[in-house]
Design a protein around this ligand. Structure first.
Ligand code: MG
Length: 288
């Protein structure tokens, strides 16, 4: 299934995407969870109730995707963990060694923005960079999860653009400032459940474009640490919980490595895409 949160008539709704339409699940059954995060927290029982409602759809609940505004699929994840340097060519283009253990950092919800909302070019920097990433949404939580059963803990997969303010990222060895500017974390719009994708969402073409020009073009099979390995490694030191989001790193081709650097500017449009998941598109706007 393909889920999204969307704004319609002034409020947020949980929808199931079907082709060019979205079905407002609240309108089908007012007792269903009202957000994707609630649905995930509700486990197998909530999902089976939603599927039952979906299979008995009344007429006239379809909305055109053109008529709704995407919202963040998970507005306030309990944890938003990012893996850095997870594609060998990207590690090399930034002058880093190939990691033996993943580089990890965190994002706070204040940096996240929905599909279509502006990515904010801050007043204090010109070094605004894009990073297309596969994002994992955790379903069933857990600790000490073995690689062999790690995929059982995935609710679905979505798109993330790990927009980075490079000069602030490199002010110290800790990347927190450069990865947490307000309005620099596009996420969504759809969360695709695993049965629609190859295992671990591996083997999918992953690309980014600025104003239609391809900047990154790789494949999720090139990740150094796979979906299942990342889940296992993270759960070795902390409990993963339902609705946690994990961004899995970006391939080569970032603006920072171009000569001259191809930073994003006010008025640009940045798109990131993973085949079979979709496109996440955002305009860039200067901070007011
Ligand atoms: Mg990244």
């Amino acid at each position: 299934m393909r889920f999204m949160m969307f704004e319609h008539n002034g409020s947020a709704h949980l929808g199931v995407v079907d082709g060019n339409h979205v079905i407002d699940m609240q309108a089908c059954d007012a007792n269903l969870p009202t957000t994707l995060h609630e649905l995930i927290m509700g486990g197998a029982d909530a999902l089976s109730r939603l599927k039952a409602a979906f299979n008995n759809l009344p007429e006239g609940e379809l909305l055109s995707l053109d008529d709704v505004t995407p919202a963040l699929p998970i507005a306030r994840p309990g944890k938003f963990i990012c893996v850095g340097l997870n594609y060998a060519a990207h590690a090399r283009e930034g002058g880093h060694e190939i990691p033996q253990y993943p580089s990890l950092f965190v994002r706070w919800p204040s940096s996240l923005v929905a599909c279509g909302a502006p990515v904010i070019l801050p007043q204090v920097s010109e070094q605004l960079d894009y990073e297309v990433e596969l994002a994992i949404v955790i379903g069933k939580g857990g600790r000490h999860i073995p690689v062999s059963s790690a995929l059982d803990h995935v609710f679905g997969y979505t798109l993330f653009n790990d927009v980075s303010v490079r000069d602030f990222q490199r002010k110290s060895n800790q990347w927190t400032p450069g990865k947490n500017f307000d309005g620099t974390g596009p996420l969504g719009p759809v969360v695709v459940t695993p049965e629609e994708l190859p295992p671990g969402a591996s083997g999918l073409r992953i690309t980014s474009r600025v104003n239609g020009e391809t900047r990154q073009d790789s494949n999720t099979a090139d990740m150094i640490f796979s979906t299942e390995k990342i889940i296992s490694i993270l759960s070795e030191f902390m409990t993963l919980e339902s609705g946690d989001v994990i961004a899995t790193g970006t391939p080569s081709g970032v603006a920072h490595a171009m000569k001259p650097p191809g930073w994003m500017k006010d008025g640009d449009v940045v798109e990131v895409e993973i085949e079979e998941i979709g496109i996440l598109s955002n305009p860039v706007a200067l901070e007011k």
